[in-house]
Design a protein around this ligand. Structure first.
Ligand SMILES: Nc1ncnc2c1ncn2[C@@H]1O[C@H](COP(=O)(O)OP(=O)(O)OP(=O)(O)O)[C@@H](O)[C@H]1O
Length: 879
């Protein structure tokens, strides 16, 4: 079927970009056709119309003015689509036939650059993954991963080979918006879970992009190196392949060089405490459990950062606690110095305040999008960065010395840039108005040449007003016929002079006439000819400046990174001062000793709450496992979480919410606490609980901190108790595990077990019972709690009195069968006993009896037969 030539062009471009929604530029509009139009009209709320497409009939169509793309592209990307921007790439006036069009950029979740629509304090990560083998070449069954992570907005690029489990942890810490894989690759199921839960876009690429040789070429060309060791990739086949493919994908999408990717980091995940996705979630470090409540996260409490870069680094630090004691102490020392020096803190805040997002500005420079405002912004930020260096001059912590040296590279550069730019700058780069007088002699001379004529035009209005006696006469300008003199009908009537002969009528408007004069036109033509050259020269100077900034990129990224770190240390110090945190003593070894610890988030969010501080003492030779009993609502979960958070805060180099703390560096924090959002993924509460517990029991080490809250409550009492019991024994006694453990439980039966274990101790959350009234004291004390008060709490919550009364009766009866786990004889009985659940099914005899009764037909029996049957039943079942 014949289609119009325009649609033919459309179809060709569409075919070359499968899987993309095509934004097709036509004049001042973007048009979308067919399915693209139907999809976009729904998402963007646009009216769907149709276009006559030659003999093939009408085509669904929707469109919008081109500048609206700024708003519409992010909306489409957020809805999970990939947008191909197709621009007119030749001047329509010069085109022979259909205007030439081409794709200038493809935008998807992980490649979006439009930072106005991104959360400034959040990175926009894109990840690539390939299955790998381990160093020794043995682990090739998909349990080793190679991955690369990039942020195209800032130029961050890193790669790593690790176990799939470590990849899963890193994936959830970074939470990329998009993952790129070779076609047909199976993504490990744990990662797939995260992808589904977070709506991560999955992009499959031809496997050839991941071929080692191809990837090498991409890396060599991009980084201008001739060997892999220049990038630290020597002998790292999988990392090379995955990084090369990722970079190639980005270059293909952005259709630009991306020179802001200047370095490649080889990640070593062993440098950081392992935090699996459930711990990240449960401790609410960066993201809240309840999507809308960011204030419940640790980040929100610690984030006093002033710059967007600092905000991103702070998040990165919080989700990557350190293992190396010297690095932790380095940060602590720097924070400590700031805590003691409020003047320096204020000075830092002042100089950090006007620093823009230099990393993202570099992204704009590197991808050729920067305008004069961006370069001047970079200039101002550099001047401020050198002020930050001056503040650091007065500080002595070793970390600050290194940062100051890096920041010294900013000295002079800001001023060097700013001297070129006007104070008020346009968005456009080809229409002049950017370069400050005095910055270029050539430009000044060109401006000088037309100065008189510009002044002549500028003063024309005044002169003509006087000459014609029309005080409100106007000289205007439009793109169609340039300068004109406008005289309204009312003005004309009041004019003291007739319209001069040299006035040429150009346009009649509703209110009057517009004129030009030959002298005016001659002047204008000289000005506009000169301005073409002036604008071209301004653009040339601008491009040189942009190139200069681009050539500074390595230093600028170093400066940006240093600013982000200073800002994060500043933020820790502010938090420490505001909430009275103390510097923990972090040591290499095992043991946790916290005096007067409190929960950083609860206290920050509820400043009026009378929070009761608590102690923790865990050591390999003393108590390794604390079993904590106490009523509901007493504060067990809070105690567990605050301990996890305090240990984590110590290892990110932050001060901690306590009177004092000694923290032996832990390799992992495991948590099995609270609700889980994995329920939505089709797993039952109990299943999730057991998956997470299994992970703990397989991976905990004697250097781990394990937080277990109410393990086993998701199943029947005896199953749950038995599981909890076995877990306590394993964590306490199995040499490979023996982790420092806080175990909160409602199974009071376990307190007896704990008494028989050498390195476990019973603790309770104190309550005060006066008559019927129960007061929570929130204090953790030694010893076991002898009552669970569950019914009490239920009563306080408003359960109807008849239900409460009945519950008390049932409880009394059940307590008569109480089990003592420390009683060996009874222990054996438990294991041998069939399940004795409240709602356990009736025994076999009862079922048989019921069955026999059901089959009896008394109406067909004689009295004698009935009596005989009754005697049989009594004989069989009556004992
Ligand atoms: N140390 C404390 N000081 C003051 N209030 C506290 C303290 N610890 C907890 N709370 C408050 O008590 C309430 C219950 O705490 P939490 O959820 O930790 O109890 P729990 O013992 O784990 O309860 P459950 O067994 O029902 O899960 C929370 O609202 C919390 O703010």
């Amino acid at each position: 079927m014949a289609v119009t030539p325009l649609m033919q062009q459309y179809y060709e471009i569409k075919k070359e970009n499968p899987g993309c929604i095509l934004f097709f530029r036509m004049g001042d509009f973007f048009e979308l056709f067919e399915d693209d139009a139907v999809i976009a009209s729904k998402i963007l709320g646009l009216t769907l119309t149709s276009r006559n497409n030659g003999a093939s009939g009408a085509t669904p169509l929707c469109g919008f003015p081109h500048h609206a793309a700024e708003r519409y592209v992010p909306k489409m990307v957020a809805a999970g689509y990939r947008i191909a921007i197709c621009e007119q790439v030749e001047d329509p006036k010069l085109a022979k036939g259909i205007v030439k069009r081409d794709i200038v950029e493809i935008i998807s979740a992980g490649t979006a650059m439009n930072e106005e629509n991104l959360n400034a304090k959040e990175a926009n990560y894109l990840c690539a993954y390939v299955p790998a083998t381990s160093d020794d070449g043995k682990g090739g069954n998909g349990d080793v991963a190679a991955f690369a992570i990039a942020d195209v907005t800032t130029g961050y690029l890193a790669t790593c080979r690790s176990s799939v489990q470590a990849f899963e942890c890193e994936f959830s810490r970074r939470m990329p918006k998009e993952i790129v894989i070779p076609e047909g690759t199976t993504i490990p199921s744990a990662i797939m879970d995260l992808i589904k839960a977070e709506n991560v876009l999955v992009t499959e690429l031809p496997a050839i992009l991941f071929a080692e040789d191809q990837a090498k070429d991409v890396l060599f060309t991009h980084f201008k190196v001739e060997a892999l060791d220049g990038l630290g990739l020597d002998g790292r086949v999988f990392e090379t392949s995955v990084t090369g493919a990722l970079l190639q994908y980005l270059i293909n999408q952005k259709k630009s060089e991306l020179s802001h990717f200047t370095t490649l980091e080889i990640l070593n995940l062993d440098d950081y405490m392992t935090l699996d996705p459930s711990t990240l979630r449960n401790l609410e470090l960066v993201r809240p459990l309840n999507a809308d409540d960011y204030s419940s996260t640790l980040c929100s409490v610690l984030d006093f950062t002033v710059t967007a870069m600092g905000g991103r680094t702070l998040k990165d630090w919080v989700s990557h606690p350190l293992i190396a004691v010297d690095r932790i102490r380095e940060r602590e020392e720097a924070v400590g110095e700031l805590v003691q020096n409020p003047v320096a803190l204020d000075e830092l805040k002042e100089s950090l305040t006007s620093i823009l997002d230099m990393e993202r500005l570099m992204g704009r420079v590197g991808s050729g999008r920067a305008n004069a405002r961006d370069l001047a912004g970079m200039g101002r930020s550099l001047s401020q960065a050198s002020k930050v260096a001056d503040v650091l001059e007065g500080l002595h912590a070793p970390l600050f010395e290194g940062l100051r040296e890096t920041l010294n590279a900013a000295k002079g550069r800001g001023e060097d840039l700013l001297k070129y730019f006007n104070d008020d700058l346009p968005m456009t780069v080809r229409e002049g108005g950017m370069i400050r007088p005095g910055a270029s002699a050539e430009l000044d001379a060109m401006n000088e040449d037309i100065k008189e004529r510009r002044e002549w035009i500028a003063s024309l209005e005044g002169r003509e007003r006087e000459r014609l006696g029309i005080p409100s006469l106007k000289v205007g300008y439009n793109r169609v016929f340039g300068y004109y003199i406008e005289i309204t009908k009312a003005q004309m009537a009041k004019a003291t002079q007739p319209i001069p002969d040299e006035y040429i009528r150009k346009q009649t408007t509703v209110n009057g006439e517009r004129y030009i004069t030959p002298e005016m036109k001659e002047c204008e033509s000289v000005i506009s000819n000169a301005e073409v050259n002036i604008h071209a020269l301004e653009y040339k100077i601008f491009c040189e400046l942009r190139e200069r900034v681009n050539s500074w990129r390595a230093e600028l990224q170093g400066i940006a990174d240093a600013i982000a770190r200073v800002d994060s240390l500043y933020s820790f110090a502010r938090a420490a001062r505001k909430y009275n945190y103390v510097c923990p003593e972090v040591f290499e070894g095992t043991g946790i000793e916290i005096r007067g610890g409190f929960h950083p988030v609860i206290v920050a969010v509820n400043p009026d709450l009378n929070f009761v501080p608590n102690d923790v003492t865990l050591s390999p030779d003393g108590t390794r496992l604390m079993l904590i009993t106490g009523p509901n609502m007493a504060g067990k979960s809070t105690y567990l979480r605050q301990t996890g958070l305090i240990v984590l805060m110590a290892q990110i180099g932050c001060f901690v919410p306590a009177e004092s703390a000694r923290i032996g560096v832990v390799d992992r924090i495991f948590t099995r606490v609270g609700a889980s959002d994995r329920l939505s993924r089709g797993l039952s509460t109990f299943m999730v609980e057991m998956i997470e517990t299994a992970n703990i029991l397989r991976n905990a080490t004697p250097h781990s901190l394990v937080l277990l809250d109410e393990i086993g409550r998701g199943t029947s009492t005896f199953d749950g108790l038995s599981i909890a019991w076995a877990i306590v024994e394993t964590l306490h006694s199995e040499p490979a595990r023996m982790a420092l453990t806080l175990f909160a439980t409602h199974y009071h039966e376990l307190t007896g077990l704990v008494e028989s274990l050498e390195h476990a101790g019973n603790f309770q959350v104190a309550v005060q019972e006066k008559g019927d009234k129960l007061t929570f004291l929130h204090k953790i004390l030694e010893g076991a709690c002898d009552s669970s008060y569950g019914i009490h709490v239920a009563e306080m919550a408003g359960l109807p009195p008849n239900v409460v009364r009945r519950a008390r009766k049932i409880l009394l009866r059940l307590e008569k069968q109480k089990i003592d786990p420390s009683d060996e004889a009874q222990n054996k009985k438990i294991k041998a006993q069939p399940q004795m659940d409240l709602f356990a099914p009736p025994d076999e005899n009862t079922l048989l009896l019921k069955d026999e009764i059901r089959r009896l037909k008394p109406e067909e029996m004689t009295p004698m037969q009935a009596l005989q049957r009754l005697m049989d039943l009594k004989e069989n079942y009556g004992k």
